[in-house]
Design a protein around this ligand. Structure first.
Ligand code: SF4
Ligand code: SF4
Length: 267
């Protein structure tokens, strides 16, 4: 399995025994016996830095990882099936199991106070994928570990969303920036925080991310948008626009936030 994943530039993977407690969406469970979960991380951090002044999260400046996972699974699943002689079922994001917990049980990272999985090699700049299979494993799940709890993410969070009891989703400006309809106060809050789409503040200030390595995966490094503008977004045809994570909303949402940032910068 090591060779198989490494041939795809993926070094962070683990196999954990299946446990029903990991199920979050039973309807997506394959209708066959499942004994193990192969969980892996896809790093997306790029060496590029934005030339524009629009606060767009790093994950949204590269092409949407769902496209990457689709292409990956198209080769990975048949290869795993061929090698181990049993079926594998690949999922990413829209998944029957809690992927972050699977990764933590697999020892692929600790859970940060900012709720993100933080991997030793790539930090929290990772996407998680899983393959469910009937293959049996004798591996024992690792105990879930927490970050060093330095508190920097909570101090720097512009929405005061990070608390001792977890993230207050309704205060997270990343989520607010992606809302179709927002109040004037919400618009002011994201614009004041320099946010147009998503927010990387709690991961960028995290000391456990200081040495996070860049992604070795071309799909991300070759597609980084380092100079986003309203004109660029407007010029994208539907097909091009659909390749980016912000396309789960119509262009109006991102453009609304960019125009608000422009108004602030003109003041
Ligand atoms: S993404 Fe931004 S707003 Fe949300 S919790 Fe992290 S720092 Fe706070
Ligand atoms: S900034 Fe500190 S408290 Fe927050 S996730 Fe990182 S290590 Fe944990």
């Amino acid at each position: 399995m090591k060779k198989l994943f490494e041939s795809k530039n993926i070094t962070e993977y683990a196999i954990i025994p299946f446990d029903e407690k990991l199920i979050i969406n039973p309807r997506l469970m394959p209708k066959v016996e499942i004994n193990s979960i192969v969980v892996f991380l896809v790093p997306y951090k790029c060496a590029n830095t934005p030339k524009d002044k629009y606060g767009i999260s790093a994950y949204a400046r590269v092409k949407d990882y769902h496209g990457y996972m689709k292409t990956l699974f198209a080769t990975l699943i048949p290869e795993l099936t061929h090698k181990f002689g049993t079926d594998f079922f690949g999922f990413a994001d829209h998944s029957p199991v809690n992927e972050k917990l699977c990764a933590a049980y697999g020892g692929l990272g600790v859970i940060g106070k900012n709720s993100l999985l933080i991997n030793k090699k790539y930090g929290s700049y990772v996407f998680v994928g899983v393959c469910l299979t009937a293959l049996k494993t004798e591996n024992i799940p690792m105990s879930i570990k927490s970050c060093i709890n330095c508190g920097k993410c909570a101090v720097h969070c512009p929405g005061c969303a990070i608390t001792e009891h977890g993230i207050k989703a309704d205060k997270c400006l990343s989520g607010i920036s992606q809302k179709k309809k927002i109040t004037e106060d919400e618009q002011n809050a994201i614009t004041e925080a320099g946010i147009c789409w998503g927010c990387d503040i709690c991961q960028n200030v995290c000391p456990m991310n200081e040495k996070a390595l860049y992604s070795p995966i071309d799909y991300f490094t070759d597609t980084y948008l380092d100079n986003v503008s309203p004109e660029l977004i407007e010029s994208m045809d539907d097909e091009e626009y659909s390749k980016y994570a912000f396309s789960w909303r119509k262009k109006e949402v991102l453009l609304r936030n960019m125009h608000s940032a422009d108004r602030k910068n003109r003041k």
